[in-house]
Every structure is written in structure tokens, then in C-alpha cells.
Design a protein around this ligand. Structure first.
Ligand SMILES: [Zn+2]
Length: 217
């Protein structure tokens, strides 16, 4: 069993690009203590969505200090945005042993995309991020956690090796679709520790059922 834990931004969100974004940022001191907990748990895998600068400014040095690695799901459409990861930042993450994945181009939900938009999100974004980082991109994380059967079919035919939701239950190693737990500003070390313990409860059972519905709808 794996517990995938997903972060968005660390510290203070200076400029919300989308309403409600700050709700997913975690205070730096809480984040550092959460990483200490993760360092003792080899079944915990870490990822960072949205490509905020705090990924290199705060997360990267903290991960290195603890000998941890993570996957960074960046946005191709924000490579020129000063608050986001630049091509040089992506290359730095990669040379530090981190993985780069795709979070798409625009940060739009991947349900109901036109064929043109789907090509931009799944193919063009991957190419741009691969060029920017010098890495091969094989993994994707759904923006806003949204997906359906057609999203999964498109990602599969685009050749992604693993895709990540935000469905909040433990994942099976090697599974193509991996659920993750997104942390938010209201989490503390105790609440993340409970998640990392990976003991599925009633919530998880409901989340597994909800994921089944999304895969089939
Ligand atoms: Zn996102």
C-alpha cells in the first residue's frame, strides 16, 4: 500500500491566480514537520501540484536535507510566470533527483475537453514541460482532481504511464490510476500523520466508491 500526499504551495500565497487557491497552501513550519514524518515512512510518496515557486524555494532544500524525493506536477502555461517554476527551476529539480510530471497547460478541469483542448492539455503540455526540464514526462495529475472515463481513455492513449487523482484513499503500488490526499491550510501534523498511517476508514470506503463512479461515468 502507498499513501500519496499532495502539496500545492508552501508558506504564504502572495497572489491567488484562482479563487480559493490559498486554501491549499500549507504553512512552512507545518510543512517541515510533515516532511519529518514522511522521512520515517517509506510507503509515503510526495507530490507537488501547480508549479509554485515555493517548490524550489522551500520544498527542494527541505526534501534534500531529509534525503526525500518527490514528483512535481508543473503547468506548461505558467513557465513564464514569475510566481511559478521556470525551465531553469524544472531542470534544477530534476538534477536534484526529483521527477517532473504534467499538470497540463491551463489548469482547467480535464472533463469534457474538446479534441483541440485535449491535445493541448495532454500532448502539447507534456512536450513543453519535457523541453523545459530536459526530462521525459510519463506521469500526469488531474487539475482540480476532476476526471471521468473519457479523460482516462485520452490519457491512456496519449501514453501516460501513471495518472494521479485527488480521491483520498491509499493506492496500490503499480496501479495506473493513483489516488492522492491533498493537504490544505487547515491540516496540521496530527491530521497528516493520520493520513500517512494509511488505515482506511469510512471516509476512504466512500471515496473508493466515488472514484469508481468517476471512472465509469
Ligand atoms: Zn492544480
Amino acid at each position: 500500500m502507498i499513501v500519496n500526499v499532495c502539496f500545492h504551495g508552501i508558506g504564504v500565497s502572495r497572489r491567488e491566480r484562482e479563487p480559493g487557491e490559498a486554501r491549499y497552501w500549507m504553512a512552512q513550519d507545518v510543512f517541515l514537520r510533515v516532511l519529518d514524518e514522511a522521512a520515517d515512512r517509506p510507503h509515503v510518496r510526495l507530490s507537488f501540484d501547480d508549479g509554485n515557486r515555493s517548490d524550489v524555494d522551500i520544498a527542494l532544500p527541505a526534501l534534500r536535507e531529509r534525503g526525500l524525493t518527490a514528483t512535481f506536477f508543473a503547468l506548461a502555461g505558467r513557465l513564464d510566470d514569475p510566481a511559478s517554476l521556470s525551465p531553469a527551476d524544472l531542470a534544477e529539480l530534476r538534477s536534484a533527483g526529483m521527477s517532473i510530471g504534467s499538470h497540463g497547460w491551463e489548469h482547467v478541469p480535464w472533463r469534457g475537453l474538446s479534441d483541440t483542448a485535449a491535445r493541448r492539455e495532454f500532448v502539447d503540455a507534456r512536450r513543453a514541460l519535457a523541453q523545459a526540464s530536459g526530462a521525459t514526462i510519463t506521469e500526469a495529475a488531474f487539475p482540480l482532481g476532476r476526471y471521468d472515463r473519457s479523460t482516462l481513455r485520452r490519457l491512456k492513449s496519449a501514453g501516460y504511464r501513471t495518472v494521479y487523482s485527488s480521491d483520498r484513499f491509499p493506492a496500490r503500488p503499480g496501479s495506473w490510476l493513483q489516488a492522492r490526499y491533498s493537504v490544505s491550510s487547515t491540516d496540521d501534523v496530527e491530521s497528516v500523520r493520520r493520513v500517512m498511517a494509511g488505515r482506511p476508514g469510512a471516509h476512504e470506503a466512500r471515496n473508493v466508491a466515488a472514484s469508481m463512479v468517476k471512472r465509469l461515468r
